[in-house]
Unconditional design. Structure first.
Length: 128
C-alpha cells in the first residue's frame, strides 16, 4: 500500500500555457498520478445536514468519481469535460451529495486513472 500522490501547481507546467479553462492558484496542492481504484479520506465537519452541490477543480479526463460517507457509498459524480491535459485545469459542478446529520464525518474520495484533482467545493443546496 502506498500513500496518495501529491504535487503542486507550477508556473511552467500549469500556468504558462494559457490554456486553462479555470486557472488554479500557483502552489495549489493537488492529487496526481491517479491509478484505478485509489482513494483518500477526509474528515469533514458538516454544520448543516442536507444536500450539497459539489464542484471540482480538475485536469484531464471526463471521468467518473465517487464519494462515500462513513464507508457507505454516497454519490457518483461526473467530470463533464475532458481538458486535454493533466495540466490544463477546469472547474465545474459535478454532482450532489446528501449528508443526513451534522457533525464530524469520514468522507472518502474514490477515483481512477486519468485526472489530477486540486480541490472540491461543497455548497449547501437551497434546491432541496
Amino acid at each position: 500500500m502506498e500513500g496518495v500522490d501529491l504535487s503542486y501547481v507550477k508556473d511552467f507546467a500549469d500556468l504558462d500555457h494559457k490554456k486553462n479553462l479555470v486557472a488554479p492558484d500557483e502552489n495549489q496542492l493537488y492529487v496526481g498520478w491517479a491509478k484505478d481504484g485509489e482513494w483518500c479520506n477526509y474528515t469533514v465537519d458538516v454544520k448543516t445536514a442536507g444536500t450539497y452541490r459539489i464542484s471540482a477543480l480538475y485536469g484531464n479526463a471526463a471521468n467518473t468519481i465517487k464519494f462515500s460517507i462513513e464507508r457507505t457509498p454516497a454519490t457518483v459524480c461526473n467530470l463533464p469535460l475532458a481538458t486535454g491535459s493533466m495540466h490544463r485545469w477546469n472547474k465545474a459542478e459535478i454532482g450532489t451529495i446528501t449528508v443526513a446529520d451534522p457533525g464530524l464525518h469520514l468522507l472518502t474520495f474514490h477515483y481512477n486513472q486519468g485526472n489530477n484533482f486540486a480541490y472540491f467545493d461543497f455548497e449547501h443546496s437551497q434546491r432541496e
